[in-house]
Design a protein around this ligand. Structure first.
Ligand SMILES: Nc1ncnc2c1ncn2[C@@H]1O[C@H](COP(=O)(O)OS(=O)(=O)O)[C@@H](OP(=O)(O)O)[C@H]1O
Ligand SMILES: Nc1ncnc2c1ncn2[C@@H]1O[C@H](COP(=O)(O)OP(=O)(O)O)[C@@H](O)[C@H]1O
Length: 224
């Protein structure tokens, strides 16, 4: 019994491991972080395209979309961003439990919020991907015209201009989205997932696990 909520956790008969066995991959969260315009959304969706081609089950939680629904009550104060990231991380956790590769594309500017997000996942399941693009590049792209409006003071607390962005000190992967072509960045992410054994060893032919073809052993790719 949880005393603060008077609730009792209900354990499911079908577990994450069962759900993962139906897939050609194990489930993880790819946590894309970076300045506005650094390429989080573009890269997450391009990675999703590539994973779909490989028959992976995926879902992208995207900043702008989530802020129109689940987080429509939140603004851009430090507290609201923190609550935004808390909700997203809980949503991503449910997706990971469901067996999919979850991707999140949020600025998530504060290290402490990203650390808290990481802490609710089993070790090795949270893959932080820093979309590395300088403020200068992002501002020149100005995909939504928000930098211009932030510079003029019309948009307050704008990340990189009037609100901080704390770059990850030790992300699982840093991708130079400000300089490299999109295809190279996608390839880098896919290669990282391959190295981490997110893709199952032998999805089409079965393996030594004794499970039928397509339901082979999932290799634990957790880092040391
Ligand atoms: N003040 C301010 N600062 C930063 N961003 C702003 C702001 N106001 C609106 N927007 C738009 O909201 C998108 C960022 O939302 P996020 O949920 O990713 O932000 S956060 O993680 O809670 O910091 C962000 O989208 P992306 O450009 O895709 O990052 C902006 O389009
Ligand atoms: N390597 C790259 N990765 C991602 N986006 C890139 C890359 N190179 C150029 N871009 C461009 O940069 C912009 C990034 O915008 P967006 O994905 O909306 O960023 P964010 O979600 O971080 O705000 C897009 O116009 C995209 O075409």
């Amino acid at each position: 019994m949880n005393k603060s909520t008077n609730t009792v956790w209900h354990s499911a008969t079908i577990t994450r491991a069962h759900r993962e066995q139906l897939n050609v991959h194990r489930s993880v969260v790819l946590w894309f972080t970076g300045l506005s315009g650094s390429g989080k959304s573009t890269l997450a969706h391009a990675v999703e395209d590539e994973l779909y081609q490989r028959s992976c089950r995926t879902f992208v939680l995207d900043g702008d979309n989530v802020r129109q629904g689940l987080c429509s009550d939140l603004g851009f104060s430090v507290q609201d961003r923190s609550e935004n990231i808390r909700r997203i991380s809980e949503a991503a956790k449910l997706l990971v439990e469901s067996g999919v590769i979850a991707m999140t594309a949020f600025i998530s500017p504060f290290r402490s919020d990203r650390q808290r997000a990481r802490s609710i996942f089993p070790h090795g399941d949270f893959i932080e991907i820093f979309c590395e693009a300088s403020l200068n590049v992002c501002e020149q792209r100005d995909v939504k015209g928000l930098y211009r409006r932030a510079r003029s003071g019309e948009v307050k607390e704008f990340t990189g201009i009037s609100s901080p962005y704390e770059a990850p000190a030790n992300p699982e992967l840093a991708v130079r989205t400000g300089e490299l072509p999109l295809e190279d960045c996608v390839a880098q992410v896919i290669e990282y997932l391959r190295q981490r054994n997110v893709f199952r060893e032998n999805p089409s032919g079965g393996d030594e696990s004794g499970l039928p073809a397509g339901r082979g052993r999932i290799v634990d790719g957790a880092p040391d």
